[in-house]
Design a binder for this molecule. Structure first.
Ligand code: URA
Ligand code: SF4
Length: 203
């Protein structure tokens, strides 16, 4: 199966999925979107109000900011793949629960395998925790970690960074390093040393 086809199959399954209780309160499931050959994959937390209405990821205020951040590095949302850790909106935008994240994880894994992106950017703590449990975003944001044959870069969630001037600067600076990581600008792709998890957990 081609990557594009597999992504379509996943999206079709997500649209009618009943594997966790989030299906009961959703209007539209939000599988995620982007070209099958995208080099960059963004993983957010879960659909909010507008995403649930439209069935598309990051279309509200956080989405506008994400588009602004992408534009700052010469990219548009049509060039990257954008999805979430859970595909259906948690009621009232509450945090997704562990059992919901687990139920939904197979879709994210299939999307990641088909897409095979050069770089995954996690947005916020829930998607970060899938790759880096027991650490703090404040300690590792913006640092590319090599996992298997790709880089994973944890970043603050745009919804959090949008309204906090210091975090806004931080996420802008973290974005500015992405072109280098996907090998644009002709720079070599370099991973930083993985963090010392034991030390980080003391923060
Ligand atoms: N916040 C997220 O984490 N995901 C979305 O799709 C929209 C807002
Ligand atoms: Fe299925 Fe994921 Fe939606 Fe739960 S959140 S119903 S697992 S698509």
């Amino acid at each position: 199966m081609t990557a594009a086809h597999e992504l379509e199959v996943v999206a079709a399954e997500v649209a009618v999925c009943t594997d966790c209780k989030l299906h009961m309160s959703r209007k539209l499931a939000v599988p995620g979107e982007g070209p099958a050959d995208a080099e960059l994959m963004f993983i957010g937390e879960g659909p909010g109000f507008h995403e649930n209405e439209q069935g598309r990821p990051f279309v509200g205020a956080a989405g506008n900011f994400l588009e602004e951040l992408l534009a700052s590095i010469g990219l548009s949302r049509e060039e990257v793949f954008i999805t979430n850790i859970v595909k259906c909106r948690p009621p009232g935008n509450r945090d997704p629960q562990a059992v919901e994240i687990e139920a939904c994880s197979g879709y994210l894994e299939r999307q990641t395998r088909s897409l095979n992106p050069k770089v995954i950017v996690t947005l916020g703590r829930f998607s970060m925790a899938r790759f880096f449990p027991n650490t703090r975003i404040s300690a590792i944001h913006g640092k590319a970690q090599r996992i298997g044959n790709r880089l994973v870069v944890p970043m603050y969630h745009p919804a959090a960074a949008l309204h906090q001037p210091s975090l806004r600067k931080t996420i802008q600076a973290d974005f500015a390093r992405l072109p280098e990581l996907i090998g644009r600008e002709g720079a070599p792709v370099r991973a930083e040393e993985p963090p010392d998890m034991e030390q980080l957990s003391l923060f």
